[in-house]
Design a protein around this ligand. Structure first.
Ligand SMILES: C[S@@+](CC[C@H](N)C(=O)[O-])C[C@H]1O[C@@H](n2cnc3c(N)ncnc32)[C@H](O)[C@@H]1O
Length: 327
């Protein structure tokens, strides 16, 4: 998965063309369906800024920022003293992402309300928020399965994918700590997760850590026998070994592990909820209703579709989870 997505010459996320969008593209995201996620984020982050006693500088760091559309929608939605305090930092070494983000963020880059940072750049501690959307599901993950007497990992061999017995080390301890495992149970293990979470959490001096992603609790993923998914041309399947470098690979995010790593970094008030619930709690619903009255019919319908896709359980409402943690 690391090679398929991030090999400097052949990696899917190292190509010069992006995968995001509808026809002719591989998959669409919460950002393709409209600006409501960014608008809800603006309300949520303004309340964080208030809770911190309105600091003069409030930085929003987005690792895995892709095209920068979440930043664009956030910056377009804020106003007044909060907008003056806010700087958005895009962090993603994907060249296609960077190119698209230069365009999407152009007005904000010019006024220095947005800037780029590379993944290798050391993070200076800041007050504000770390926000990610579908970052953790794109981290290289190893599938593991309990066959009844031993753990097996899924590997790519000359003859195709195969399960082979191996010592899962720390992953085995983690899986076993989530309750009894039955034959066929399994999950994925992201080796680099502690390093990435540690770096991000340590940079946050005070404020909110917010992660929005596909995933579930560790126990549910284990019971489901979690696996890798391949996205190509708006189709999704489990044939992760096909079209390496030409298709997106993702793995469900283990939110129990994210929470546990953040707790170990000293963050407090940690909790995960569904995206639908988070939108209903923090989205400016009454304001939206009011504003949409004045939109032309087609545009109004688009906003409603945007809201439905973010909140309906079978769309993104339940399949996406939102984790919040505070420092
Ligand atoms: C699934 S895409 C999501 C992009 C965007 N957030 C969206 O929702 O459209 C994942 C992105 O994470 C980036 N990425 C992967 N590992 C990263 C890391 N350690 N730091 C920053 N970005 C990373 C990839 O280059 C890719 O652009």
């Amino acid at each position: 998965m690391a090679w398929a997505l991030y090999d400097p010459n052949h990696g899917y996320y190292r190509r010069s063309t992006g995968p995001w969008g509808f026809e002719g593209k591989d998959y669409y995201t919460a950002l393709d369906v409209g600006p409501l996620l960014g608008q809800a984020l603006a309300v949520r982050l303004e309340s964080v800024w208030e809770a911190l006693d309105r600091p003069g500088r409030f930085t929003v760091l987005e690792p895995g920022a892709g095209r920068g559309w979440l930043g664009r929608d956030l910056l377009a939605a804020v106003s007044g003293p909060f907008a003056e305090a806010l700087t958005y930092v895009h962090r993603d070494d994907n060249p296609a992402a960077r190119m698209a983000a230069e365009q999407a963020l152009a007005p904000f880059l010019e006024t220095q309300r947005a800037r780029f940072s590379s993944e290798s750049e050391a993070l200076e501690p800041f007050t504000g928020a770390v926000v990610s959307l579908e970052l953790f599901d794109a981290l290289p993950a190893q599938p593991w399965r309990w066959e009844g007497a031993a753990w097996e990992r899924e590997m790519l061999t000359q003859d195709g994918p195969a399960w082979e017995k191996a010592d899962p080390g720390e992953a085995g301890t983690w899986f076993a700590s989530q309750g009894p495992v039955e034959p066929g149970d399994g999950s994925i293990w992201v080796e680099r997760l502690p390093a990435i979470m540690g770096e991000l959490a340590q940079a946050l001096k005070s404020g909110l850590f917010l992660a929005i992603d596909y995933g579930d609790t560790a126990a549910r993923l284990l019971a489901k026998g979690s696996d890798l998914r391949r996205f190509r041309g708006q189709q999704v399947d489990g044939n992760w070994w096909e079209d390496l470098g030409q298709a997106d690979l993702t793995a469900d995010v283990d939110f129990t592990r994210l929470e546990s790593l953040l707790a170990a970094e000293g963050l407090k008030g940690i909790g995960t909820t569904s995206l639908g619930r988070w939108i209903r709690a923090h989205g400016p619903l009454a304001q939206w209703e009011d504003q949409w009255q004045h939109l032309e019919g087609k545009e109004r319908l688009r906003r409603m579709e945007n809201l439905l896709s973010l909140t309906l359980p079978g769309m993104m409402g339940d399949r996406f989870k939102t984790l919040e943690a505070w420092r």
